[in-house]
Design a binder for this molecule. Structure first.
Ligand SMILES: NC(=O)C1=CN([C@@H]2O[C@H](COP(=O)(O)OP(=O)(O)OC[C@H]3O[C@@H](n4cnc5c(N)ncnc54)[C@H](O)[C@@H]3O)[C@@H](O)[C@H]2O)C=CC1
Ligand SMILES: CC(C)=CCC[C@@H](C)[C@H]1CC[C@H]2C3=C(CC[C@]12C)[C@@]1(C)CCC(=O)C[C@@H]1CC3
Length: 345
């Protein structure tokens, strides 16, 4: 049974703290009495007790200023997967993470919690109750995921008890909740354009969706358990709601909650995947002439049409993790937080 040890210092920095997950994390850290600095390329809000440092995480000098006197760093910055920009993913997730590690060690930071992704092991085919023992994807589903793999490897490798720098990676999956800029807005946009009528495949595939407060809880537990004697040093942990759900039931609950019709008609998985691949290739080939972004990318089709859910046994055992908000409550809170995205508004 895991025993939680209180952190020696509650002065922390959240890199990517202006983002969806980052801001929820900042709010919870403040509630728990931490002193918080945010480092982000943009400032999206103001909060009493939070010091903002605006800058690019590839800039070590900027980071060093933000990390002065900080003992714990959460790194949850990344370009959005939908940006589909290989050079940007490589610069920020790989080069930038190397810079973050260097800055942390130079600034005397003792602990670093990385937000990785459960998708680092996903190759577009079924994963059922996958453990952290699964190998990294040899053929990741997109460049974003490819760079998340490299990023996680870098951070876990940097864990060094002798030098007093401890690291851990949290792998959430399908984060949702109030202020999410991705899942609900894309879903509603697709529904408003009349494209949410179809279910890809037979609709029985189970997927993890994780309420944002549970992801935050996993990060803070990891930070608090990160001690030289702890088994979590240099390891990766899945953090989910531990309630795999049919992908299309989850989407239908969100849509119906917001006043839209649930998808009803089935389309064969491989037909949709093939079409999405063709469209994506066309969009790449025609990029110099016309800019169009297909809604159904091969990556989204794979995510929507396969089983991919992960075991959280290791997080339960090593850090006493237990989701705090059920899927049902998470969906209710999320739906209520988007009055402006309701049908007819
Ligand atoms: N949203 C999801 O379903 C999942 C997200 N993740 C990971 O969780 C983390 C947080 O994701 P979200 O909150 O959803 O994304 P987000 O886009 O809301 O937040 C990312 C933040 O990083 C900042 N950022 C990007 N490039 C930067 C740079 N060069 N320098 C400084 N800041 C920079 C952005 O300004 C933004 O505030 C990311 O690492 C993502 O890979 C992992 C699994 C699932
Ligand atoms: C079919 C359709 C239009 C669904 C809309 C929802 C999708 C936008 C989401 C469903 C699964 C989500 C997901 C991610 C982004 C948003 C979805 C594709 C991630 C790729 C975000 C970053 C990660 O690290 C992994 C996530 C997996 C699930």
């Amino acid at each position: 049974m895991a025993t939680r040890i209180r952190p020696s210092s509650k002065r922390c920095a959240v890199i990517g703290g202006s983002g969806f997950l980052g801001r929820h994390l900042v709010e919870k850290l403040l509630d728990k009495g931490y002193t918080v600095s945010v480092f982000d390329i943009r400032q999206s809000y103001e909060l009493p007790g939070v010091t903002f440092h605006q800058g690019d995480l590839c800039d070590k000098l900027g980071l060093l200023t933000a990390l002065r006197d900080v003992s714990l760093v959460f790194h949850c910055a990344s370009p959005a997967p939908a940006s589909d920009n290989k050079a940007l993913f490589e610069r920020v997730n790989i080069q930038g993470t190397k810079t973050v590690i260097e800055a942390c060690t130079e600034a005397g930071v003792q602990k670093m919690v990385l937000t990785s992704s459960a998708s680092v092991v996903f190759e577009g085919t079924d994963i059922k109750n996958g453990s952290e023992e699964l190998p990294y994807a040899k053929k990741p589903i997109d460049y974003y995921t490819q760079t998340k793999i490299e990023q996680e490897k870098l951070v876990l490798k940097a864990c060094n008890k002798d030098r007093g720098f401890l690291t851990v990676a949290i792998r959430p999956h399908g984060i949702f909740g109030p202020r999410d800029p991705q899942l609900v807005p894309i879903l509603v946009d697709t529904a408003r354009r009349g494209k949410m009528k179809f279910i890809i495949g037979d609709g029985s595939n189970l997927v993890d969706f994780t309420y944002v407060e549970n992801v935050v809880h996993g990060h803070i537990l990891a930070a608090e358990f990160l001690r030289p004697e702890s088994p979590i040093c240099g390891k990766a942990y899945h953090i989910t709601n531990d309630e795999p759900v049919r992908f299309w039931d989850f989407m239908s609950d969100m849509l119906v909650g917001l006043g839209y019709a649930a998808p009803r008609y089935h389309l064969p998985y491989f037909l949709v995947y093939g079409l999405a691949l063709l469209l994506w290739l066309l969009s790449v080939l025609l990029r110099p002439l016309v800019a169009f972004k297909p809604t159904f990318t091969p990556m989204r089709v794979a995510l929507a049409g396969t089983h991919h859910f992960y075991s959280v046994s290791k997080a339960k055992q090593d850090m006493g993790y237990k989701p705090l908000v059920s899927l049902k409550d998470g969906i209710k809170r999320t739906v209520e937080s988007y009055p402006h995205l309701r049908h007819g508004v």
